[in-house]
Design a binder for this molecule. Sequence first.
Ligand code: MTE
Length: 579
Amino acid sequence: MLLLRRCLSLARFSPLNSQRHQVSPTVALCAVRLCSSSGGGGGGGEDQRSYQHTHRPRWRHALAGLLAGSGAVLAYGLHNHKAEQEDISVQNLKKRSGLPIYSQEEVTKHRSLENGVWVTYKGGVYDITEFVAMHPGGEKILLAAGGALEPFWALYAVHNQEHVLEILSEYKVGELSVEDQKKQQAIKSSDPYASDPERHPVLHVNSLKPFNAEPPPEILTDSYVTPSAFFFKRNHLPVPHVDPATYQLRVEGLPGGVLTLSLEDLKTRFPKHTITATLQCAGNRRSEMNKVKQVKGLNWGIAAISNATWSGARLRDVLLAAGYRPDVAQWAHHVQFEGLDKDVTGTTYGASIPINKAISEEGDVLLAYEMNGEDIPLDHGFPVRAVVPGVVGARNVKWLGKIVVSAEESSSHWQQNDYKGFSPGTDWDTVDFKSAPAIQELPIQSAITTPADGATIDRSVETVTVKGYAWSGGGREVVRVDVSLDGGKTWQVAQLRGSEEGQGPESSPPPGRAWAWKLWEITAPFPHEAEELEIVCKAVDSSYNAQPDTVSPIWNLRGVLSNAWHRVKVKVREDEREA
Ligand code: MTE
């Protein structure tokens, strides 16, 4: 693959083809043939030699690219063309006269190696096709293709160096049209969602307004704790902007009367408690139910789930401060949460949880004001959200405005008429939402994040590595993940990773309080006789709950609780050298 890319970029930049983004398919093909005829070694052939001669600095980039696998920063380090290149400086990023103006639409067309990989940065347009193979971070650079670099560079601070800007400047092909930026501004100002925060462009957007998005699976399990920017986002309404200085949380329904707490009160009057907990949307993996029969809801893939560290006051401590006493449990069965996000009628988002979960010392329910060590980001509930570990995402109410201790569940639509499971035989004509309980603890779940469905593996490889996540609701620990490469005929046990540091019993959470997912991985011998791999995973939790093998028997009209064995198909490519 690396070789193919290099061949394509050589074709793109060959002297026969000096216009960077007008690669004739014939030239590209010739280059591919030349490269493959060189036997896949270090790359040779006439094209490359003449390229090396006329584009020496670029050849150095290619060399850096080959080395990048063994030392990421090396590629940038080797790229020291200051001494041998014409005057390239950071100033070049700002303006280079005579370059064409491109619209965002034009830039967006260039998001693949075949069509060229373009990005924008500070008003400049860059054709970085050639650089893709040399990028120290590998193919992830393609996630920025057709869009802006800034959000990616903000996350990966290694880019904030002058020589990285110098590298970029070499690939400049034009300027981004000012009109385009203005147009975007105009659309924003007349939009009820105009004040929604900026989101990371890597997210797969399921709905823009309200904003609902999930990270690409290959990113999801890169880190045990999901960076907040990549954490899935599930909003039903526009994001409210709450002033932390005037924020007040009302706690109602207890004998002590109404307790009102400022953000400062929450931070100073109650001990700060930190947990690592996975949130999963009830609709995670709904797209697999859609394949069986159409359901209503956002078409989530496998990444409406993420893991973060959360800090805040324990709900238990706040309820005790508001007058909770053991006798309250005789009449109060629920704790309701109300968000500060409102629809046009003024109705707020709401949900509730059982009071025993709220008051239990082992329940670990938080009124969280920090996510991953920082103020909770706007999308995730700034300044305060409920974190109810082990319980479906819907009850983890963001932008929390009110808590009510009550004999009743929340009367909100999302508690009463949504987020409930039904029989596959129930349809929209027969459904009675009162007949089913609101989802609280979620069932056992697992999915494969690498390889991707439809990926290709060379027959010549010795081993195949499969990665994914596994999690169960209610604090039940994932104790095993089984992986099959042959559609479920034979199984092997994956290695589990239960914390940032490592694995093993020392990182096991206390029984019943396994709030965070486990990442898992297995490297298995490649089955050389296979025409295609059907990779399957299934997890088992500490109560020996297992996932159902197929989707049909758990299909339901809202597409919730989708947790069948996860399957990906991988094509096996014949080794060209043997053919
Ligand atoms: N809280 C409020 N106030 N408004 C919402 O729309 N969405 C809920 C829950 N809390 C929601 C909310 C749902 S359905 C989910 S899955 C989680 O928030 C998602 O949390 P996240 O966006 O931080 O991932």
